[in-house]
Design a protein around this ligand. Structure first.
Ligand SMILES: Nc1nc2c(ncn2[C@@H]2O[C@H](COP(=O)(O)OP(=O)(O)O)[C@@H](O)[C@H]2O)c(=O)[nH]1
Ligand SMILES: [Mg+2]
Length: 311
């Protein structure tokens, strides 16, 4: 998903200073106000651009909202946003103040041709600006760390009928995805190879289906899960029209039954079935078992709540 490109204060300043220097006219005394405006506009635009691209927890759907919260609590993100927007208003106030001072200088016949007064005020202004920006570095550093994680969030297609694969680590979910779709994700014999969601697609009688491969689940309680596991829960709750529990007969049966039970209990409104890459004999008694072929050819996957899946 999108996330703004985060620059540190010195990077922002470097670019803007270069830009202002290029406009030679603005170095003249009578253009001093424009000189300030240029700084003001260039910097506040950069900051508001970052603000507008930071994740919006409120207007988004359940999937994104859960994904966002797994990475960073809303209150923390709000704190970062506030810091940036407060800095924008501080910069605006500061700029207006210096513009007024420069206008006063310009109005004074005696002073208007003296370079020193203007140079001094402009220097002072840029210094103040730099220190407001510097104070944002703490926030920028935090956002830089979050940037990678937010960009890793998969961008699913909400309009498609969606099958979410879940199960223990190493149960064969990623293998399952690569067998029924064109996706070629990384498959390994160690747990947590899948750290983000993998998406794949297949077509059945002119209709496109989306398959979501998720990281394995080992914890029964949501609060015990790590951020990687929680992505699986976000996919089940926010994307699934059908949940396929990928069963592996070589792994602990009771543990798989237990995780399956917890998934069903916490997602009562979702249809949950069992399937396996190990063929039709790999099944869990007492559950609805389906084969891969059935899923590809005939098993019903209905889109229920199109409205709540707005992007
Ligand atoms: N023998 C055999 N191995 C499988 C089968 N499905 C998956 N595996 C292996 O099990 C390991 C874990 O598979 P993977 O799909 O990455 O599991 P995930 O962690 O649930 O995504 C890999 O080494 C796969 O090659 C299968 O049907 N038969
Ligand atoms: Mg996997």
């Amino acid at each position: 998903m999108n996330f703004p490109k985060i620059e540190k204060s010195n990077e922002i300043l470097d670019v803007v200073i270069k830009k202002v220097r290029k406009t030679k006219d603005y170095q003249r005394n009578e253009m001093a106000v424009k000189y300030i405006s240029l700084y003001q506009i260039e910097i506040t635009e950069r900051l508001t651009n970052v603000l507008s691209k930071l994740p919006d927890y409120q207007t988004t759907n359940k999937y994104y909202s859960m994904m966002f919260k797994n990475i960073c609590p809303q209150t923390t993100m709000d704190k970062y946003k506030n810091h940036i927007s407060k800095s924008v208003s501080v910069i605006n106030k500061l700029s207006e103040r210096y513009k007024r001072q420069l206008l006063r200088l310009l109005a004074n016949k005696k002073d208007r041709y003296k370079k020193e007064g203007f140079v001094k005020l402009k220097k002072e202004y840029v210094g103040r600006l730099a220190s407001v920006l510097k104070r944002l570095d703490n926030t920028f550093n935090k956002l830089l760390i979050l940037e990678k994680e937010f960009r890793r969030i998969a961008t699913p297609r909400f309009e498609l009928r969606t099958i979410v694969l879940t199960g223990l680590p190493n149960s064969g979910k990623t293998t399952y995805l690569s067998m029924i779709t064109e996706a070629c994700p990384e498959i390994n014999s160690y747990a947590f190879t899948t750290k983000a969601l993998n998406l794949g697609y297949f077509k059945r009688r002119q209709v496109m289906y989306q398959v979501v491969d998720t990281p394995g689940i080992i914890h029964k309680e949501f609060k015990e899960m790590n951020a990687i596991e929680k992505q699986a829960i976000a996919a089940i709750k926010g994307l699934a029209d059908l949940v396929v529990f990928v069963y592996n007969p070589n792994l602990d049966k009771e543990e798989q039954e237990e995780i399956l039970r917890v998934i069903k209990e916490n997602n009562l409104e979702k249809k949950v079935v069992v399937s396996s890459t190990y063929g039709k004999d790999a099944r869990l008694d007492g559950e609805e078992n389906i084969t891969m072929e059935e899923l590809l050819e005939s098993y019903p996957v209905e889109k229920k709540d199109l409205v709540s899946k707005k992007q």
